[in-house]
Write a protein that binds this ligand. Structure first.
Ligand code: PRP
Ligand code: URA
Length: 209
């Protein structure tokens, strides 16, 4: 069964407060999402395997460590997932970036796929699917389906804010995928928006309406 982690780190929670605030403008919103994504990357990579190495310092030999094992792939769900990519890449610069383009049909709330481009060595990578919002869960389920269909075997899902309904849908559809969040909110409203959430993440990131 999927595990769900909610990062309660004070820096993440502090910045999330300003991301939620409707008075926060586009520039600051974008900067904060970028910063929180970086902090979440720090937490999500806690279990990366390391290997022992020896390095020569100006003073002597140090027994030290480097990251070993699986190569990482980030997959932002377009568009809003793009706002989290750079913050994560600053922490994990060697990660490759794939893209899955989905939009939610405003009437049916069903995800519609319009673009997929992944790194070539899909089977060997550990993927982190990223999207600020996990609302009905339809987009996340569809993006993960898309990756699995192309051979991905190890996938984590990272979102800023989730509704409990969406988390349950992802857990049911993909019990092998662990979910990493900055906050689990109360519920969805009748339009499929997370309450209290932060509004439309894509519009707030890119200044559209
Ligand atoms: C938003 C958000 C997620 C999706 C979540 O994208 O970024 O991808 O909705 O909703 P769900 O869990 O109910 O599927 P949107 O469809 O608004 O597209 P955008 O990122 O291009 O604005
Ligand atoms: N997409 C968003 O951007 N916000 C929500 O609250 C739900 C879906």
């Amino acid at each position: 069964m999927s595990k769900v982690f909610v990062f309660d780190h004070p820096l993440i929670q502090h910045k999330l407060t300003y991301i939620r605030d409707k008075k926060t403008g586009t520039k600051e919103f974008r900067e904060l999402v970028d910063e929180v994504a970086g902090l979440m990357a720090f937490e999500i990579t806690r279990d990366l395997p390391t290997q022992d190495v020896t390095v020569e310092t100006p003073v002597g030999l140090a027994n030290s460590k480097t990251i070993a094992g699986k190569k990482l792939g980030l997959v932002p769900i377009l568009r809003a997932g793009l706002g989290m990519v750079d913050g994560i890449l600053r922490m994990i610069p060697a990660a490759k970036v794939g893209h899955v383009g989905l939009y939610r049909d405003p009437k049916t709330l069903q995800p519609v796929e319009y673009y997929v481009k992944l790194p070539t060595d899909v089977e060997e990578r550990e993927f982190i699917v990223i999207d600020p919002m996990l609302a009905t869960g339809g987009s996340a389920v569809e993006a993960i389906n898309s990756l699995k269909k192309r051979g991905a075997r190890t996938i984590k899902l990272m979102c800023l804010v989730a509704a409990p309904e969406g988390v349950e849908i992802v857990k049911e559809a993909h019990p092998d995928v662990d979910i990493y969040l900055a906050a689990m909110d109360e519920k969805l409203n009748d339009h499929g928006y997370i309450v209290p959430g932060l509004g439309d993440a894509g519009d707030r990131l890119f200044g559209t309406k």
